[in-house]
Design a protein around this ligand. Structure first.
Ligand SMILES: *Cc1c(COP(=O)(O)O)cnc(C)c1O
Length: 404
């Protein structure tokens, strides 16, 4: 049986423990929703104030050339490239994940015009499914969604592109990037990975993969609506057909030429002017990961998740663990099924443990290795136990508001 002192011991031996101090998390709050919105790193407000007051306020338009606004989207992309194991010059930041995915899947389809199928899995994130539907509609393809465990067997000569989210937002189940990539390569199909629930929580190696996108505001802590990233393997860069050609993807935007000539490299995936303020937030937030080995994040994440699941097994008989039991098959959050998930989570949030719920019946606990303390795993599970044993959840209001 585990006890609280076991977790205190893990914290004192944690090589990443110092990263916690970089965050402005409220005292006494156990935050397990970083897979939805990462917390604020303490130094970000000052960095943003510099961008706004000094660069925009004092230097105005000169900041594009003199304060590094030009090229910022690629420099931030470069910092993310390190976290996803991508080669230099292949990642750019600026659109939302949804738009970045639209571009990557469109470009893939453009490279495989004779193949009618866009393949995905039935658990994929809704926005990803919507985007695939819209690419299919515009390019005369059809979307086929199969259960996650059947994806590899379904990849065949009729598949143009396989579009998958690496870690399932509901269950935490994880696809194998090398296995899917290999199956697609053998069949001549392309793969677009969505790394929204992976980047910042684990080591990744996209060096052989075709395309990837990912979210800036989850484990990367880039703030609400942070710019997302788009990765294009160098072998596809010169043939990347941007479906929304705009001046920022032009080889020389300020030549103001009437005819579109795409830039080289990942820069050609861009469309319009990025939000420099949003990029400044994300750029500063990424300082937290400076010098951090993504492998160390993964090691800690595995420990957090394994211990959480073990404690649920030992102490929370009311829940079914939906997250896979095998470490290599899961990401960095734990999902528990309960018919009254919404009320249970509301009661927990009232007690200072913040996770979230996903329909129909899942409670999610995101365990972010950059700032989670091991002892929070113990304390969170004890809070759940308290809520269940006192029946406190029965009195909790169903949560309200459009965002869950
Ligand atoms: C969070 C998330 C998104 C977010 O998309 P936005 O366009 O940035 O709002 C997309 N896909 C997945 C898999 C996500 O987890």
């Amino acid at each position: 049986m585990l006890d609280r002192s076991y977790f205190e011991g893990l914290d004192s031996a944690d090589p990443l423990a110092h990263l916690r101090e970089a965050f402005a998390l409220p005292e006494g709050l156990i935050y397990m929703d970083g897979n939805s919105l990462g917390p604020l790193p303490s130094h970000v407000p000052a960095a943003v104030e510099r961008t706004v007051k000094e660069e925009w306020g004092r230097h105005l338009i000169r900041s594009w050339n003199e304060r590094g606004w030009w090229g910022l989207a690629e420099r931030v992309g470069e910092r993310i490239a390190r976290l996803i194991g991508a080669p230099t010059g292949s990642v750019v930041v600026g659109d939302t994940t949804t738009v970045a995915l639209y571009k990557a899947v469109s470009a893939s389809r453009h490279l495989r015009p004779d193949r009618p199928v866009i393949l995905t899995d039935t658990g994929n994130f809704p926005t990803d499914l919507y985007v695939l539907g819209s690419v299919a509609e515009k390019t005369g393809a059809r979307v086929e969604a199969v259960p996650p465990e059947e994806v590899i067997d379904r990849i065949g000569p009729d598949v143009a592109v396989v579009s998958l989210t690496h870690v399932d937002y509901r269950t935490g189940r994880r696809h194998s990037i090398p296995e899917v990539d290999a199956a697609a390569r053998d069949a001549g199909a392309l793969v677009v990975w969505d790394l929204s629930h992976s980047v910042g929580a684990m080591d990744l190696d996209l060096s052989e993969s075709d395309f990837a996108v990912g979210c800036g505001y989850k484990y990367l802590n880039g703030g609400p609506g942070a710019p997302a990233f788009l990765y294009v393997h160098p072998r596809h860069q010169s043939e990347f057909h941007n479906p929304i050609s705009g001046w920022w993807g032009h080889v020389e935007p300020f030549a103001m030429e009437p005819v579109y000539r795409p830039a080289s490299g990942a820069a050609r995936t861009q469309t319009g002017t990025q939000s420099i303020v949003a990029l400044a937030v994300l750029d500063a937030a990424l300082d937290v990961f400076e010098g951090v080995d993504p492998r160390a994040l993964r090691i800690k994440s595995e420990r957090l998740v394994a211990d959480f699941i073990r404690l649920v097994d030992e102490r929370l008989p009311w829940f079914e663990v939906v997250t896979p039991r095998q470490a290599s098959h899961r990401g960095s959050h734990v999902s528990l099924a309960h018919p009254q998930a919404g009320r249970v989570m509301a009661a927990l949030i009232e007690r200072g443990v913040v996770g979230d719920v996903r329909p129909p019946d899942l409670l999610r606990f995101g365990l972010a290795p950059a700032y989670q303390r091991h002892v929070e795993v113990w304390d969170a599970v004890e809070a759940v136990r308290g809520v269940m044993e006192n029946d406190a959840w029965r009195h909790a209001p169903a949560r309200s508001g459009p965002v869950t």
